[in-house]
Write a new protein. Structure first.
Length: 282
């Protein structure tokens, strides 16, 4: 492929979409599938499938950079108790990753072949949008059992990990599913969101590595540039997105995201009825 300014601009737009939607509970995969229908990179389908996953590395590096001290069990600034709590946090993250790792490896190929479609994305956008509104209404009069991340127990972490399995279906939103699980089982919105960010680290690194191995490590110069530009853009936008969400949920609930999902899902359905399914040939 010839690398042009237009291709770089397309890559930057995709990076912005990834950085915005990876951490907000609106489904990054769903948005990337939909945006890809209107902003197509001049690359092979195999490279594009890999790019849509590997670009998430930029987003996940934002979590690592913003929370390096909190995630580092060997920090010289931490007391012995704080180091122990950090190691325990990583233990909870690993426990929560197990369900998605096992089920994802078993069904990932099937999901990609049968569920990476616009109708599925539209349906899941609307369904989980409704769920956010219902859960927030249910949660209105409840007091969170876990209001600090260090108070999160292994059982609740595992349950949140079970909810992460739902995100194997495009349009669900990994962060949305785990945040819903956390809220339903007694965590505050802030703890649910924060644990979701940390839970993404091994999940997304693992998914990216698998995609890169599947694609192979032979890239053209243009493909390397596209990957780097996409990841850097996603990294910068993710930092802003994460800071916004953590600030927003201190005084707001997730209903706005629920309504956004419903409206977007309806728009996608209307588009499908008027134009047809753009993913039918994928």
């Amino acid at each position: 492929m010839d690398l042009s300014i237009i291709e770089l601009l397309k890559t930057i737009i995709l990076g912005i979409v990834e950085g915005l939607t990876e951490w907000l509970p609106v489904s990054s995969t769903g948005h990337m599938i939909l945006v890809d229908e209107f902003i197509k990179l001049d690359v092979s389908k195999a490279f594009m499938d890999m790019f849509l996953v590997v670009i998430q590395l930029g987003a996940i590096l934002a979590v690592v950079v913003l929370n390096f001290e909190k995630l580092n069990p060997w920090s010289s600034w931490k007391s012995r108790q704080e180091k122990r709590e950090t190691i325990q946090l990583w233990g909870k993250v690993i426990v929560a990753c197990l369900p998605a790792a096992v089920i994802g490896l078993a069904f990932n190929k099937y999901m990609e072949e049968h569920f990476m479609t616009a109708p599925v994305v539209a349906a899941t956008l609307i369904f989980y949008g409704i769920m956010f509104i219902l859960v927030e209404n249910y949660n209105k009069r409840r007091r969170p059992r876990v209001s600090e991340l260090r108070r999160l127990d292994y059982k609740t972490a595992f349950i949140i990990g079970m909810f992460q399995v739902l995100s194997l279906v495009p349009g669900t939103s990994r962060s949305g599913a785990t945040i819903l699980g956390g809220i339903l089982f007694g965590t505050s919105r802030y703890v649910a969101a924060e644990f979701t960010f940390f839970l993404a680290i091994p999940v997304m690194f693992g998914a990216s590595l698998l995609k890169m191995v599947k694609f192979g490590f032979s890239y053209t110069g243009a493909e390397i540039v596209i990957l780097l530009v996409g990841m850097v853009t996603a990294f910068i936008v993710s930092i802003l997105s994460i800071k916004f969400l953590l600030s927003y949920i201190k005084t707001n609930d997730f209903k706005a995201f629920g309504w956004y999902r419903i409206v977007l899902g309806i728009i996608v359905i209307a588009y499908l009825l008027l134009v047809g399914d753009p993913t039918a040939d994928n």
